[in-house]
Write a new protein. Structure first.
Length: 454
């Protein structure tokens, strides 16, 4: 009897200890979310101090002045973390209630929709940035703490580097970079059932990512823009993360996460305002009932990084690309050229102009319109060519656009799966006038090419 009573008391004590630990953790999260400014200030001080140490003790040229491998940058996901201890071997079980599934999508999309410009770092990390918890004074070594601590340093790395996964002390010689979307989330060690609290924490964590925040506050790695989770190495009995992804609602969630919130708004605008003006017979491959994501995703990533002020488009058509340009860069001045072949061109332009100023439509052939712009001295930061698809016509468009460009101008050439258009781009590259713009691609099958004017 005494033994049984002792067992019951011990059992009750363990239960109380278990739940008290979780409530303490939640109070910590609540406190940080309620006082984001103070937390950020502390992290900013640590960041500056860390930068000072790094500047005085680390040979920066050895780390930074290394040429990037274009093939590695263009690869969608060259390598992904490989370790049997990822997520502590517990897997990821985010949500159990079907109603919460729907709540998760807008919360997480809102969290992931924040962008990075210049040195500002939010939840979406630039493809050329890699996150590290602690810097080791060696050009090739980075410590990445998965389970504890807040990331204090983000490094601009120009080559693969060696990093160490702690607390498992697993060295991995793979590059941890070139991810268009990186979402970091802290796990609950040894308590996998609490993973579903990411729903409520997403809202709190989003408060810790104000627009001017330079320090990321989330420290668990997921890559929501690929379904190829077979690249992760897990023990099968650990209920690995990729099993969660291939559940029906998991696919839906990941599909939403990989499609930035701004692109969802872009699609909604097309559905509600442009398609009714166009009917069922229209040209273009950028939008097909949300099925075409590569091109708008790549455009979105490039524009949010470059923030062009003057944009030129050849081939307005129904205005889908122009709308994306204006929604992504609302302060940019957009000039569109179109031959007005379709009856919906002008109505769609008028509809977009009602909501987005600084947009101009020239109803004229690009062969005559671009030289006129050149005579006015116009120069553009970003040029979209989607006009004449014949080899001669596309060559003329390319030559004319180069006259209104400047070093660093990005030219987006559409439909490069056409041999004639691919040849035009290759000729321009071979001439030394442009180079293919190094970037992380949303997916490997492209029908467009980004070129940088030299």
């Amino acid at each position: 009897m005494l033994i049984a009573l002792s067992i019951v008391i011990i059992f009750i004590f363990l239960i109380m200890l278990y739940f008290s630990g979780s409530s303490t953790y939640m109070r910590t999260i609540d406190t940080r979310a309620a006082q984001p400014d103070q937390s950020l200030a502390n992290l900013e001080d640590k960041y500056k101090a860390h930068q000072l140490v790094r500047q005085t003790s680390v040979p920066l040229p050895k780390l930074y002045d290394v040429q990037e491998d274009p093939a590695l940058i263009r690869a969608p996901y060259p390598y992904i973390l490989k370790t049997n201890h990822w997520a502590g071997g517990k897997g990821v079980k985010l949500i159990r209630n079907s109603d919460d599934h729907q709540k998760a999508i807008p919360l997480l999309c809102d969290l992931l929709s924040k962008r990075m410009t210049s040195e500002r770092i939010t939840t979406l990390i630039s493809p050329r940035l890699a996150m590290a918890e602690e810097y080791i004074p060696n050009a090739d070594d980075i410590k990445v703490y998965i389970f504890n601590g807040q990331p204090k340093l983000v490094l601009y790395i120009k080559r693969p580097f060696r990093y160490w996964l702690y607390p498992n002390y697993t060295p991995v010689n793979k590059p941890l970079m070139h991810f268009p979307h990186i979402f970091w989330k802290r796990p609950y060690p040894n308590k996998p059932k609490y993973w579903d609290t990411v729903l409520t924490e997403a809202a709190k964590l989003s408060q810790l990512h104000p627009e001017l925040n330079r320090i990321s506050r989330i420290d668990f790695l997921i890559s929501p823009t690929t379904y190829r989770f077979g690249e992760f190495s897990f023990s099968s009995h650990h209920y690995p993360f990729y099993r969660f992804v291939f559940t029906p609602w998991g696919k839906k969630l990941m599909d939403q996460l990989s499609y930035p919130l701004q692109l969802t708004q872009w699609g909604n605008y097309i559905d509600g305002n442009l398609l009714p003006l166009m009917g069922n017979n229209f040209e273009g491959n950028i939008y097909t009932s949300r099925g075409c994501k590569a091109k708008p995703g790549n455009i979105f990533n490039v524009l949010t990084s470059l923030r062009p002020q003057n944009i030129l488009e050849i081939g307005f058509n129904g205005g889908f690309s122009a709308l994306l340009f204006k929604q992504t860069c609302p302060d940019a001045k957009l000039t569109c050229v179109d031959i007005n072949k379709h009856p919906y061109v002008v109505p769609c332009f008028n509809r977009i102009r009602r909501d987005y100023p600084d947009i101009q439509l020239i109803l004229e052939s690009s062969r005559t319109a671009i030289p006129k712009l050149q005579q006015r001295g116009n120069k553009y930061d970003f040029i979209h060519i989607d006009g004449d698809h014949s080899y001669n016509g596309a060559t003329i468009d390319m030559e004319n656009c180069l006259t209104v460009s400047k070093p660093g101008t990005i030219i987006l050439f559409d439909d490069t799966d056409w041999p004639s258009l691919k040849k035009v781009c290759n000729n321009a590259i071979a001439s030394g006038l442009v180079r293919e713009f190094p970037m992380a691609i949303v997916n490997g099958r492209r029908k467009h090419m980004f070129l940088e004017v030299l």
